[in-house]
Design a protein around this ligand. Structure first.
Ligand code: BGC
Length: 362
């Protein structure tokens, strides 16, 4: 299917171990930027963008088969996946309206990225939306039952992936519940602007529009402090090579084995998406500008990638092979009254957006 500007294709990607069909969608714009994703976890498997010589490469980490996405290698990488109900960590339980909810623990004592069977392990329904001259879109949807992984309320989730001719890829998240609950949705794509499998992102320049971050304890749970980044290796307010301070003598970097923290994105709340990050690879000239409506963003340097996973083009992935930007509410917000609230009530709409804008600096 396609008009003069856009192409959207749908095909069968594979069948899960239990025989369920997984589809793959391809969105392509007039500049030949191409995004592929699958209905398993709504995972983005490839984003093809040109370098300064017009050479296209896939700039996200991923696998090449459904079997690899389905396999649980222990420390799950969540490549490109949609994450819910609660992205990032909750310290095992939380209280809501005087009632305690105990969650499925997949990183004892924490519930990480939604629990044992998070939205990354679910098959999403997909529908191509009517095309316009502005953009091409596919809507993914999922129903999560009351009690799923310990969370209250039947939750209906929709994520619309869209691509336009300004080379912007938008992820639009919406959710509704029938009982008061907590929600935190994100996508877990790892970016490498030199091309997936082409080595470390330590030489990429990163700018974060954040004056503060949330330090963590030994379990990677926020201490509750909102700490200034000034005079620490967490300060990316000026564009800085990612590897410049990653080995500094700084307690937070030892705890996380690199960067794996929530930055407080300046300017919240704001109706429209505001700048959160700018990532630039001088060698290829590829640049990514990231905008979001969300209050925070986890930045993760793939610290758990140990070379035992064979990536999309067959190469082993190691730490710093990609950088994950996870725009989201802060980790463990249900247990921190001073953090922006993740509570969603019946008749309310969870409605957030993240935008990747790709460009080339010659
Ligand atoms: C977390 C990491 C975790 C990773 C799993 C990230 O969002 O912050 O601590 O290891 O996801 O891939």
């Amino acid at each position: 299917m396609g008009n003069s500007q856009f192409i959207v294709n749908e095909r069968v990607y594979g069948k899960t171990a239990t025989g369920e069909v997984v589809k793959e969608f391809t969105l392509k714009n007039a500049n030949n930027i191409e995004v592929k994703f699958i209905t398993y976890g709504g995972a983005i498997t490839s984003i093809m963008v040109p370098d300064k010589h017009g050479h296209f490469e896939n700039v996200v980490l991923g696998f090449s088969t459904l079997e690899q996405y389905e396999n649980d290698p222990g420390a799950r990488p969540y490549f490109g996946a949609l994450i819910g109900r609660y992205a990032n960590r909750i310290a095992g339980k939380f209280c809501l309206d005087g009632k305690e909810y105990a969650l499925a623990l997949n990183e004892t004592p924490n519930c990480l990225h939604g629990g044992l069977v998070g939205f990354d392990k679910r098959i999403w329904q997909a529908e191509i939306l009517q095309q316009s001259d502005e953009q091409v879109s596919v809507r993914l949807s999922l129903e999560s039952k009351d009690g799923d992984q310990g969370f209250p309320g039947n939750l209906s989730v929709r994520v619309i992936y869209s691509l336009n001719n300004n080379n912007e890829f938008t992820m639009h998240y919406q959710a509704q519940t029938d009982k008061t609950t907590v929600v935190n949705l994100t996508n877990h794509s790892y970016i490498n602007l030199a091309g997936e499998g082409n080595g470390s992102i330590e030489h990429h320049r990163l700018q974060l529009f954040s004056s503060h971050y949330t330090p963590v304890d030994k379990n990677m749970i926020p201490t509750g402090e909102i700490a200034p980044v000034a005079n620490t290796p967490m300060d990316f307010r000026q564009s800085t090579h990612i590897g410049r301070h990653i080995r500094d003598d700084f307690d937070q970097l030892f705890k996380a084995i690199g960067y794996d923290h929530n930055w407080v994105v300046d300017g919240y709340p704001n109706e429209s998406a505001r700048p959160a990050a700018e990532l630039y690879d001088e060698k290829s000239g590829r640049k990514l500008d990231l905008f979001t409506t969300l209050p925070g963003m986890q930045v993760y340097t793939g610290n758990a990638l140990k070379g035992n996973l064979k990536g999309y083009s067959g190469k082993a992935y190691r730490q710093c092979e990609g950088i994950a930007f996870e725009p989201q509410y802060y980790p463990d917000s249900p247990n921190h009254a001073n953090f922006p609230s993740t509570v969603l009530k019946p008749n309310e709409l969870f409605d957030e957006k993240t935008i990747y804008r790709f460009s080339v600096v010659a």
